[in-house]
Design a protein around this ligand. Structure first.
Ligand code: B16
Ligand code: MG
Length: 220
């Protein structure tokens, strides 16, 4: 195996749990417009861009572009109202310790999130300074499962993709990282992230040295 020089983290579902806020914001829009939308429907939007989320929410219904834009803007307004409540207490268990351990190992840290609000979320969590590169919903045009975002972040970190480990909670994110030859750690339900090299329920209690040892036994 090659050496590991960088960890790239997805945001929603790995570092914090903004999925509930996304759900409440989409649900309010859907209710206002008389569109059916359940928590189960919301699960399918994990890691999916805002536009693609709306397309899925519309379940085949086609709207003119100005109306799509208006719906996305409204949902984002509802979502951003929730973001104002985010504090360091919203970090998922074990994340702060894991980031600190990684830094102590000399590993570079990157963010690879589909969200256009990622910088504001990091600010609320108080961890912006931890990252050497931040890739968000503005960084590339092709969204996950295209590998573009992770390749962009690796470039910013000045680390070859083969020396990166991606932490992801979405199937499309794991696929994107695998596509560009990165190691993958799936976080959460194996039904979603089972294609990853290693699957963990979350980062609580995870030792960076143990993880590096496990990845050392994996060849791509
Ligand atoms: P925004 P991630 C994703 O974050 C969310 O999981 C997904 O539900 C959301 O639609 C997407 O960001 C875009 O977010 O509307 O804020 O641009 O998992 O890629 O960190
Ligand atoms: Mg995610």
């Amino acid at each position: 195996m090659s050496k590991i020089s960088a960890f790239i983290f997805d945001l929603d579902g790995v570092i914090t749990d903004t999925a509930e806020y996304h759900y409440l914001a989409w649900k309010r829009l859907a209710d206002e417009e008389g569109l059916p939308f359940s928590r189960e429907d919301n699960e399918a939007l994990r890691g999916v861009s805002r536009r693609e989320s709306l397309v899925r929410l519309l379940k085949g219904k086609v709207l003119p572009e100005p109306q799509m834009e208006a719906y996305m803007a409204r949902k984002n307004e509802y979502y951003r109202a929730f973001l104002a409540q985010i504090t360091p207490a919203n970090l998922l268990e074990g994340v702060a310790d894991f980031l600190a351990q990684a830094r102590a190992h000399g590993i570079k840290l990157g963010l690879g999130s589909a969200s256009k609000n990622a910088r504001d979320v990091l600010k609320g969590l108080g961890i912006t300074d931890q990252f050497d590169a931040i890739g968000d919903g503005y960084s590339v045009s092709r969204t996950k499962p295209a590998p573009d975002l992770f390749v962009w972040v690796a470039g910013r970190l000045n680390v070859p993709p083969a020396e990166c480990v991606v932490f992801e909670d979405a199937e499309a994110g794991v696929a994107a990282a695998r596509e560009c030859g990165m190691y993958t750690v799936g976080i959460g339900d194996p039904a979603r992230v089972g294609a990853a090299d290693i699957v963990l329920p979350n980062l609580a209690g995870v030792q960076v040295s143990d993880l590096l040892g496990k990845l050392a036994n994996i060849t791509h």
